[in-house]
Design a binder for this molecule. Sequence first.
Ligand code: GDP
Ligand code: IMO
Ligand code: MG
Length: 431
Amino acid sequence: MAGIIVVGAQWGDEGKGKVVDVFSAHADLVVRYQGGANAGHTLVVNGVKTVLHLVPSGILHAKTMCMIAAGVVLDLEEVIKEIRDLKEAGVLTNPEQLKISDQCTALLSYHRKIDAAREAKAGLEKIGTTGRGIGPAYEDRASRKAILFGDLFDRERLRAKLEASLDEKNFMLTHYYKQEPVEVEPLYQRMLEMAAELEPYRSRDTSLLIHRALKSGKKVLFEGAQGTMLDLLHGTYPFVTSSSTLSGSACVGSGIGPSLMQKIVGITKAYTTRVGSGPFPTELDNELGDRLRREGGEFGATTGRPRRCGWLDLVALKYAIRVNGITSLALMKLDVLSGHERIDVCTAYRLDGQEIKELPVNSSDLSRVEPVYKSLAGWSDDLRNVRSIQDLPQAARDLIQFVASEVATPIDVVSVGPGREQTLWIKPLFS
Ligand code: GDP
Ligand code: IMO
Ligand code: MG
């Protein structure tokens, strides 16, 4: 039994895609269990970049099977595009490499339309969503009106569900958002076409397949999307996504019990980024923040938006370790900190004149905290060609040691560049 959950420990974009790709060399199965095409996971292999939004990040390994489980909101147009691109690149050569659960919520053009209209109406109060229709699709699921991926293969049921759904959505689109309605017939016809194209990837029960794999000793990775602070219940509400991004969601989203999980690996950058609105205590709205953005290439993999940048926040990281039960960390993008004379790390907050070490869960309190920093010595060496922890400059090793000891959690992996080979192992993944 070896279920390993890879979860974002910050506000997303920590480098989960890279870690899952690297880990996948040793995995039999990789499962996406929540979120949708709001995710943008970047893999760099032999200098070639692949950005995945829905297909799991194990797909570049021919022998690793990938699954999209029930908890995902499946953007049908997007997954088709991704599959076509992967086929063209010679990667996805056999439909057995990718299975999509019948239980996934289908995400359609009208979800994106409602997402965009809602954000436009909110003006300055907007969440800054990725515009991928995530909120409206999960709303459909919660209100029990969702069209499921499996419905695509039953023409009559599909037609009835689409009509019912558009009846309501069009009322909202035209009357409330003053938008054009979505017509049933062309969308229905398009869905039939998409059903035909996606049928080879269809699985009636991914939970059963994952369960069998785990029980027979296969190694299964569960690939989280977004990050802890974007969790619907435990993130910086309302500036969050519409799914649970925590490790527990791996169980719920894939239909696997917690007792089958072995490890929970939290992914964190050596600094912090956030894209979209909401509190961000260590944000550097200055030249230093611009420098992190420039040197870290901090522009969204899904939307291209510039990411907000700041120092590493250990109060938030400790919170992530707690709410996810993280057993070890991967520390990403250490190379980006090269050349800074001093590196600040936030070890506490000040709120209403008091120093606190626990993250205030209320967003309005979190937006008022002042970070308390520990200043560490930097290094000038370029780390991108370093291939073992021992070869890192002392100051970089001190930073790793400091973080691990402050958050009382081992750092098993350190990353010094986007490429697979730029990965330094402290402890092997599967012992
Ligand atoms: P994800 O959403 O968590 O998978 O992360 P993204 O792919 O959205 O963003 C991470 C970005 O950092 C991507 O462009 C990666 O190629 C890149 N990256 C990952 N690890 C490293 C690293 O150690 N150093 C540098 N410089 N870039 C990295
Ligand atoms: P990956 O998996 C970073 C953010 C959006 C916005 C909020 C809600 O690549 O780490 P949504 O479209 O989900 O309704 O937007 O969540 N967001 C992400 N930020 N990485 C992501 O995914 C994100 N997915 C959503 O920017 O603030
Ligand atoms: Mg991303």
